[in-house]
Ligand binder design. Sequence first.
Ligand SMILES: [Zn+2]
Length: 191
Amino acid sequence: MADPERVLQHGDVLVVVDVQVDFCPGGALPIERGDEVVPVLNRWIATAVRTGVPVYPSRDWHPNRHVSFIGFGGPWPPHCLQDSEGARFHPDLRLPDSTVIVTKGVRLDRDQYSAFDETGLAAELRARGVKRVWVGGLAQDVCVRATALDARREGFETMLIVDGTRPVTQAGGEAANEEMRRAGVRFETTR
Ligand SMILES: [Zn+2]
């Protein structure tokens, strides 16, 4: 169990993955109880702001006819279309004004699940002296998984906020947990 007040420290970063309207109940690609991550992550965000830990929210930001969409070569229903309501962050997510948004999923030729995938985020975090990455958001078995695995690959100590994420499917979530565990990701539940 981790109390954000006690564990967040200088050298940490909080990466909030794709907490967008379309991934929450009522959205275009809803994740069951996806909205329940919002109050959990708000606590982490508030503590991060107070302690000077940077917060990087990522967002899926697809062009029309994206290759990840059914009918255009991908597995997903259309979601998070650029500038659409569904692409907005969940209205209750309380991001600081100073936040820098990591935009992904904009490529025309392939999808980008990870917040590190050709976004420059790893270089940015290294430049800011980040050693440890806390990850939460949606979905645990897709973009959170890819982001956490990339964070490890980039050499960061990586912490998954277990109660701050939800999977598309239970089985997918369990497989993703196993993969992340093997990659050295650590799991913490908010106290
Ligand atoms: Zn997407």
